[in-house]
Design a protein. Structure first.
Length: 130
């Protein structure tokens, strides 16, 4: 196991945390695997792992300076909260779609009922005028 610094983006905010993993990709997946994939977004939108060698480069240094340092457990909570928001929005969007579909079906029923009523009124007029 080796220590890696992770910079992960959640809801537009970069977070810096430390994890122990076998590889850089393994370290990244420790974070990425916590994320949900919503209809329009992800819980974690970016994630990059840095080992002791890659932390010496400007890419890490400038990214680290802009990131908010948090513990891994705190990052899990942040991701869980973002996941909940995404799932709630997705559920609301699905519900809106269901309601719109129901409204279309009811509109068709209304139009059909109006046509039937119009036919009955015409028949009643014909009977009364005969």
């Amino acid at each position: 196991m080796k220590a890696y610094m992770i910079i992960a983006t959640v809801n537009g905010i970069d977070y810096l945390t430390k994890v122990n993993a076998e590889t850089e990709s393994g370290a990244e997946h420790m974070v990425l695997d916590l994320s949900v994939c919503g209809m329009h977004t992800y819980g974690v939108t970016a994630c990059m792992a840095y080992d002791d060698k890659s932390m010496k480069y400007d890419t890490f240094i400038y990214s680290e300076l802009a990131a908010e340092p948090v513990g891994f457990e705190a990052l899990k909570e942040i991701i869980a909260a973002r996941n909940a928001e995404i799932l709630e929005k997705d559920a609301a969007e699905r519900r809106i779609s269901e309601i719109e579909q129901s409204m279309k079906e009811l509109q068709k029923e209304l139009e059909q009922g109006m046509k039937e009523l119009q036919k009955e009124l015409e028949q009643a007029k014909a009977i009364l005028s005969a």
